[in-house]
Structures are given as structure tokens and as C-alpha cells.
Design a protein around this ligand. Structure first.
Ligand code: PLP
Length: 360
């Protein structure tokens, strides 16, 4: 027995070390994990209230059409219910999109340093990858447009980009969309949509009226704090959604996840507060980085990508880990999830130490 050849070149997803593992390994009392861009404030109290009072029957399959959640999200966004597809997190929607569109005769265009699942599943389908390096940490839309040809099926724009936190603005996005031919699906991954506060961060829902080849992805995992429930969705033209629905598993989102997401949408204050505190904490980080000559990209997400000159990203990662701080290392830097105020203050002190002793 042998799996497809291309699977042999890939590795299963390796989650960061668990806090217990790190505790034991380095003999530490306290571990802080700022590695997966989860909400440090948890989720709305509405969620617990709702899932403990509206307990679904566990012996019954969930509503595969997610009818109630669909109505709720449609109203929340001001779109029609048939413009939505729900998934067990965006990870699953990415898989559906790739399964539905990519094959060995096709190619897909994406940034080189971006969310890794686009690449991973494209390889499984044996599609050709066209990865365009970021330019100053940002999507190089001009080069991405150049890479599109007759065989291109999907272009991915992660906005803001994970791991850099940089973003494509409204003008840049519209300029790009106007250049992309109709046979190409443009996927906008807006996993951090709620966190983006800049005025020129794109307002993309109205663009759906103009571009039928656009699909927007949003999730409950980040600002809404429901990563453990696994629920996200895509927004697109009804004709596109209808075709994608064929690739969706019949009962892909659980009854509890649907209930939790509905409750989370009702608590606007929770998300607003999460976003406001995150923006404030980001500014404090920027000031700190400027003072210590640590390079970073200004971020529209709940994370920041940094570099300390004289240290490799693995060295930064390792020194933080030894002190009980788990972040995420990439080839060109480390990504730190914005934590609670106390956590951020403590982490800044440790980064300052690391940065000042780097040459010793
Ligand atoms: C976290 C993340 C996702 C996946 O989120 P789900 O938990 O699967 O909904 C998708 N895209 C980006 C850019 C992310 O950071």
C-alpha cells in the first residue's frame, strides 16, 4: 500500500509544544503560550450560557444546512443566506476550495510567506504552486497578477497576512481584482477581519456584487474566541456557493459549534473590547520595539512579526521558550500573539533582555 507520491513530501501539521511539555522540559512553573493567535480573553460569556441552556440532542445529527446560524450571519453581514458556506474552521473551507478547483493541470498563485494550508492542500491535489515572495512583508500584487495564466484556478490573498500582519488596502485590492480574469477565483482570507482597524483596510462584502469570482473567508476562531469549536464560513456569489456545497461534508459543523457561533454574534461588546485592547497593546509593542531597535511589521491582526538583529528566528524562539514563553518561529522572524496586558509587559522585559545579551 502506498499513498499518493506527493504526500511523501509533506508532513502532518505539528502543533506547537504543549504547555505541560515545556514545563517539564525546562523545569518551569509558568508557561505562557502566544503561538496560535487565539483570543487571550477567551470568548463571550453568552457562549457558555447558550451551550448549557440550549443543549442539542447528542444522538441526532446536526443541521447540515446550519439554518439558524445561516440566517444570523446573513443578517449580521447584510448578505443573503445562499451566499454563505459553513465549515469546520477555515482550514476545512480551504480544503473544500482546493478539492473543488485544483487538479494536476492547474496552478494556484499565493504569497510565499503566508498561511501554509493553501500550499499544503494544493500539493496534495498535485496542482502547480506559484509562490510569490512578499515585498517588504506585503503581498506583491503586481507580481501575483503576472503569474496568472489560462491554467490558474485560485489566487490567495491573506488579508491581513499571517504571519506578517501586513495588509492589502482597498485601492490595491480593487486594482488587483480589476486585472484578474474571470476564470480565476480570488480567495480573500479575512481570518483577522475584526481586528483590522485601519481606515483603508478593505470593505469587501460590497465587492461581491461586482466580482463573481471572489470568495471571502471569515472565522469564529480568532476575535470571537471559538477556536476550539471549529467553525468558519465563506461568502461568495450564490452560483459559486452552490457548486462548493457539493464538496462539503453533510454534517461538517457540529450542533454545539453552531449554537456557540450564534451566541457569539450576539455579543458585539465582547468583540469590540477585544479589538480595542488589542490595538492598544500593539501600539505599546511598537514603542517598545522602536526603543530597542527590534524590527517589526505594523500589524492589522492580533499578532506581530519581529526580528532581532544578530539572532536567528530559532535562537529568539529558543531563548523565549527556555523562559516559558511559547511563540511561533518562521524562517525570517518570529510571530508573537498579542496577549493580555500583563503578559505583554512581562514578555517585553524578557525580549529586552534577550536583545541586549545577543552578542555575549
Ligand atoms: C487561523 C487562521 C485560519 C484558520 O482558522 P480556523 O480556526 O480553521 O477557522 C485561516 N487563515 C488564517 C490566515 C489564519 O490565521
Amino acid at each position: 500500500m502506498k499513498v499518493k507520491e506527493q504526500l511523501l513530501t509533506l508532513k502532518p501539521y505539528i502543533p506547537g509544544k504543549t504547555t505541560d511539555e515545556v514545563k517539564r522540559e525546562y523545569n518551569l512553573d509558568k508557561i505562557v503560550k502566544l503561538a496560535s493567535n487565539e483570543n487571550p480573553y477567551g470568548c463571550s460569556p453568552n457562549v457558555l450560557q447558550s451551550i448549557t441552556t440550549k443543549i442539542p440532542s447528542f444522538a441526532i445529527y446536526p443541521d447540515g444546512a446550519a439554518t439558524e446560524l445561516r440566517e444570523k450571519v446573513a443578517e449580521y453581514l447584510g448578505v443573503d443566506g445562499d451566499q454563505l458556506i459553513f465549515s469546520s474552521g477555515l482550514d476545512e473551507l480551504i480544503q473544500y476550495l482546493i478539492r473543488a478547483l485544483l487538479s494536476p493541470e492547474t496552478n494556484t498563485v499565493m504569497a510565499k510567506e503566508t498561511f501554509p494550508q493553501y500550499r499544503h492542500h494544493a500539493i496534495i491535489e498535485n496542482a502547480e504552486l506559484r509562490e510569490v515572495p512578499l515585498k517588504d512583508g506585503r503581498h506583491d500584487l503586481e507580481e501575483m497578477a503576472n503569474q496568472i495564466d489560462d491554467r490558474t484556478k485560485i489566487v490567495w490573498i491573506c488579508n491581513p497576512n499571517n504571519p506578517t500582519g501586513t495588509y492589502v488596502n482597498q485601492l490595491e485590492l480593487e486594482g488587483f481584482l480589476s486585472k484578474v480574469p474571470n476564470h480565476v477565483l480570488v480567495v480573500l482570507d479575512e481570518a483577522y477581519f475584526e481586528y483590522a482597524t485601519n481606515d483603508d483596510y478593505p470593505n469587501t462584502i460590497p465587492l461581491l456584487n461586482k466580482y463573481e469570482n471572489l470568495l471571502i473567508m471569515r472565522t469564529f476562531s480568532k476575535a470571537f474566541g471559538l477556536a476550539g469549536f471549529r467553525i468558519g464560513y465563506g461568502i461568495g456569489a450564490p452560483s459559486l456557493i452552490k457548486q462548493l456545497e457539493v464538496a462539503r461534508l453533510p454534517f461538517n459543523t457540529s450542533a454545539l459549534a453552531q449554537t456557540a457561533a450564534i451566541a457569539a454574534l450576539d455579543d458585539k461588546d465582547f468583540v469590540e473590547n477585544t479589538v480595542a485592547v488589542n490595538a492598544k497593546e500593539l501600539v505599546k509593542y511598537y514603542q517598545f520595539f522602536d526603543e530597542h531597535q527590534i524590527s517589526y511589521y505594523p500589524s492589522q491582526g492580533n499578532f506581530v512579526f519581529i526580528n532581532i538583529s544578530g539572532l536567528s528566528s530559532n535562537e529568539i524562539f529558543q531563548r523565549l521558550l527556555e523562559k516559558g514563553w511559547i511563540v511561533r518561529a518562521f524562517p525570517n522572524g518570529v510571530r508573537i500573539t498579542i496577549g493580555k496586558e500583563e503578559e505583554n509587559e512581562e514578555l517585553m522585559k524578557i525580549i529586552a533582555e534577550i536583545a541586549s545579551v545577543k552578542l555575549s
